[in-house]
Structure formats: structure tokens, C-alpha cells
Design a protein. Structure first.
Lengths: 219, 67
């Protein structure tokens, strides 16, 4: 498990996403902290602005202080709610690379849940592109890593959005992908085409099923 | 003015209920996706709930004693 970038997670934080035998977690990361900090700064700015404006308005138009206090409290409560949501959404958005798959988990409690995985046994990585757009992203060293996969029926992109140190991460991802695919080929690892026993793995992440291949349930 | 305070009380109650349900959903993330929420995040959401409760009580008292 890589340990050399500040935003990488400890393996125990990741959760039980390893669904195959001999599967190891190689890299786990979240988006750049600025995706949280910028909205939080906006929230603090609006809170200060609201407080100042309400004080001025209450003095100018002689609004009862009870109403002013009520308005401020309600607005602050809604800002706090938004603040909590921003942090939780950032926390539950992670990218995982194992030696068998690449996984993106984006869980927004109460709103949506996205689990996107690419089984490395079934695809060939053709291109890794690193994109950093804008002055702010250059200063913050934030960007996207786009991985193009060549699948049997089509090409597809897997994008790591708004990650920190995208160039360094892009090189790391490229090394991990090439080493994991080489290791899988040389070890003669059986491609993952069976359906996992749902009793052992409570996730809804299922390995791809290839038609005309008999299914075997792992116990 | 009492009507305005009552409306604000209803809004605060709705926000409080939303915060409570949201905290329950976040706490069940381990069961849903296998990723546990850290204690600090859970604490932040609980603080939101307590603040909501405090505001509801405060608004209730304001509307009770207002004209």
C-alpha cells in the first residue's frame, strides 16, 4: 500500500472492497481538499455577510431584535447543514486501485450512491492523460487523471477528478497498472468471471459475468 | 409577529428532522458501502442536530411569549 502522498488513506479506512482472492489494495485516494475548503470559505463569507446585513437592516428599518435573531439563527443552521453535507460528500468520494480492479465510490447519503469499477483482467489500458486546467488549479496543483481502457466492445474512460499532485499520481497510477497487469499475466491468475457468493461479500459490487462460461460460486 | 415566528419554528423543525435523518444515513454507510464514517464527522453531524434542537426550543419560547 502506497504511503507517500498526504491524501492517501490507510487501508483500514477503505472498507471491504476487496472481493477477489489474492487481491491487494495498491492505491487509495480522495479528491483535493480544496474541493471542500472553497465551498466552506463561501459558507463562512455568506454567514458573515448575512450577520452584518441583518444588523444594518434591523437598525435602519427598526425591525424587532427577536425577528433579526430568528432570521440569523435559521440562516446559520442551514449553512451548518450545508457545511456538514459538503464534508460528508467529500469523505465518501474515494478512488481505489487494487491489483484486480479500479474502483470509484461516490456515496452521498440520502441522495445518491455510485460505485464504478473496472476489472483490470478484462481490459487493456491504452492511455493515461493528466489534465490541469486553469491558473487556480496550477497553483493548487490539482487536476484530473484520465485512463482510457480498451474493452472488447468499446473504449471507455475512467477519470480521477480533482486529485492532488496529478502528474505524480499519474506516473504512480501508470506504474501500478502496468505492474499489476504484468503480475496477473505472469502469475497465470484466473480471470475474474465468476459471481461472488453474496453471503461472504455484502457489497453490491459483482465481478463481470462472461456468457457461455459456467458460473462457479466461491465459498 | 407570532405568525412569522411560528413559520420560522416550522422551518427550524424541518431542518432539525433533516439533520437527524441525514446523520442516521451517514451512520449506516458502513452497512451500505462498507465505509465507516470517522468519529469527527459523526460528531459534527450530531452537533448540527443539537444546534437544531436548541434553535427549535428557542423559537418555541419566542413564539410562546410574543404578542
Amino acid at each position: 500500500m502506497q504511503q507517500d502522498a498526504g491524501q492517501l488513506l490507510r487501508e483500514r479506512d477503505v472498507g471491504d472492497f476487496l472481493t477477489s482472492q489474492e487481491e491487494e489494495t495498491l492505491l487509495v485516494l480522495r479528491t483535493h481538499p480544496s474541493t471542500v475548503i472553497m465551498p466552506c470559505i463561501g459558507i463562512i463569507f455568506f454567514a458573515v455577510l448575512t450577520f452584518t446585513l441583518s444588523i444594518l437592516l434591523s437598525q435602519t428599518f427598526s425591525i424587532p431584535s427577536v425577528l433579526t435573531t430568528t432570521g440569523i439563527l435559521l440562516f446559520l443552521l442551514s449553512l451548518l447543514t450545508a457545511f456538514g453535507k459538503i464534508i460528508v460528500d467529500w469523505y465518501f468520494h474515494i478512488y481505489i486501485i487494487t491489483n484486480r480492479k479500479i474502483l470509484e465510490v461516490m456515496y452521498k447519503p440520502f441522495y445518491s450512491e455510485v460505485v464504478d469499477d473496472v476489472m483490470l483482467d478484462m481490459v487493456r489500458c491504452t492511455e493515461i492523460a493528466v489534465k490541469v486546467n486553469g491558473i487556480l488549479n496550477h497553483i493548487l496543483n490539482k487536476g484530473d487523471i484520465s485512463i482510457c481502457f480498451d474493452m472488447p466492445t468499446h473504449q471507455d474512460h475512467f477519470i480521477f477528478s480533482n486529485v492532488s499532485s496529478p502528474h505524480k499520481m499519474g506516473i504512480l497510477v501508470s506504474k501500478l497498472l502496468s505492474s499489476s497487469q504484468t503480475a496477473n499475466m505472469s502469475a497465470g491468475t484466473i480471470p475474474v468471471w465468476y459471481r461472488q457468493n453474496p453471503l461472504l461479500n455484502p457489497h453490491r459490487i459483482l465481478n463481470k459475468v462472461i456468457p457461455n462460461i459456467p458460473l462457479s460460486v466461491k465459498t | 409577529m407570532r405568525i412569522v415566528l411560528l413559520i420560522c419554528l416550522v422551518i427550524a423543525t424541518i431542518l432539525g428532522i433533516y439533520n437527524w435523518i441525514y446523520e442516521r444515513e451517514v451512520a449506516s454507510a458502513k452497512k451500505r458501502i462498507g465505509l465507516a464514517v470517522p468519529e469527527k464527522v459523526s460528531l459534527l453531524l450530531k452537533i448540527n442536530i443539537y444546534i437544531s434542537l436548541g434553535i427549535v426550543i428557542l423559537l418555541g419560547l419566542f413564539s410562546l411569549f410574543s404578542k
